[in-house]
Design a protein around this ligand. Structure first.
Ligand code: SF4
Ligand code: FES
Length: 239
């Protein structure tokens, strides 16, 4: 039997002097297989054409639809309304990022800065000749690199992170995972000393308080805590 779902949606436009942060309530009849993507589009169509939220792929791939769903950072396109038995769903923007409007935050600028900070590209010791065969990588190394490369930069691990709340410049599990990806990759010729220069402090790998919320909430189930521990073990030995 269909039921009515109550959505309490955070609304605020930081660029308008007339806007104040508030929750607005909307009610919808639940449909089979209803996701928050479907629900938010219905709300926009029926009640509030000005409601801002971000979606691109609707399939858990683009990473743009992260938001706080009843206090838990989640991908809205992968969240079914039926997972909330009391039928009350509170939606807020992800913390830790610049609020654009309502449920929309700017994760792109943060991710771009993080990528530059960890120098998120292969540091090779030779110029690539594209007319030749690619450099060989052992299959098990390639497999692990592909596994860590599944990050969709959704920002959920950052929003969930207690360390990031205390240390605004913390590079986050996503940044440390990125470094681990290059450290494992035999094509990258950086040494552990080089990685220490990038993340060998309290805003990097030694700042993590091991609260585990990054790994608990990562929608791609990346092994974030074990990669943080791995990099910590590597970098603690640097003299
Ligand atoms: S590590 Fe997981 S939670 Fe963090 S940005 Fe990547 S996919 Fe999202
Ligand atoms: S819309 Fe792309 S991950 Fe949700």
């Amino acid at each position: 039997m269909s039921r009515t779902i109550t959505f309490k949606v955070f609304k605020y436009n930081p660029l308008s002097k007339y806007s104040t942060p508030q929750f607005v309530e909307y009610k919808l009849e639940e449909t089979d297989g209803m996701t928050l993507f479907i629900a938010l589009n219905m709300i926009r169509e029926k009640f509030d054409a000005g409601l801002n939220f971000d979606f691109v792929c609707r399939a858990g791939i683009c990473g743009s639809c992260g938001m706080m769903v009843n206090g838990k950072p989640s991908l809205a396109c992968r969240t079914l309304t039926k997972s909330f038995p009391d039928g009350i769903i509170t939606l807020m923007p992800l913390p830790g990022f610049k609020l654009l409007k309502d449920l929309s935050v700017d994760t792109g600028t943060w991710m771009n800065e993080m990528s530059k900070r960890v120098e998120s590209w292969i540091h090779s010791d030779h110029v690539t000749d594209i007319s030749k065969m690619e450099d060989r990588v052992e299959p098990e190394v390639a497999q692990e690199v592909f596994e860590l490369d599944r990050c969709i930069e959704c920002g959920i691990c950052v929003a969930a992170c207690g360390t990031k709340l205390m240390r605004p410049d913390f590079v986050g599990a996503v940044g440390i995972n990125r470094i681990a990806r290059f450290q494992i990759d035999s094509l990258d010729k950086r040494t552990d000393e080089d990685y220490y220069e990038l993340i060998g402090d309290d805003n990097g790998v030694f700042g993590c308080m091991s609260l585990l919320a990054c790994e608990d909430n990562c929608p791609k189930h990346l092994p974030l805590q074990s990669k943080i521990a791995y990099m910590r073990r590597k970098l603690v030995c640097i003299k």
